[in-house]
Design a protein around this ligand. Structure first.
Ligand SMILES: [Zn+2]
Length: 121
């Protein structure tokens, strides 16, 4: 079952600022995230999705200034974070993501939604 468009299985939304990121996101942990804004109906609209294999806190700070809000979820491993990013990409087709997420160099991970597609740049 697909999650509803405003949920995505992530926590938030939170204001995309250094203080909020430090309050909510544990340093040095992997995870996936979505950036976006709140529309006139109070819904979180996703404009970009991503993941970090090692430090979600630091990755989110790189995006400060590019979006108003973020949602996130800590995930146990870098691979799970990658797969979550792929699912978010397929579910929401964010306007800011031009390309399918790429797997890390040297891994043979596949997207859970398009397993047969070779994930190359
Ligand atoms: Zn895919």
């Amino acid at each position: 079952m697909r999650p509803p468009p405003t949920d995505a299985g992530l926590q938030g939304p939170f204001l995309l600022s250094t203080d909020t990121i430090n309050d909510e996101v544990v340093e040095g942990r992997s995870g996936a995230y979505a950036l976006g804004y709140i529309d006139n109906f109070g819904r979180f609209c996703i404009t970009y999705v991503g993941s970090s294999p090692s430090d979600l806190n630091a990755r989110l700070k790189d995006h400060i200034g590019t979006a108003q809000y973020f949602k996130f979820r800590h995930l146990p491993t870098d691979r799970v974070a990658f797969e979550k990013e792929c699912e978010l990409f397929h579910d929401f087709r964010p306007s800011g993501n031009f390309l399918h997420p790429t797997r890390p160099d040297g891994s043979n991970w596949t997207c859970p939604r398009c397993r047969t597609v070779a994930l190359t740049r």
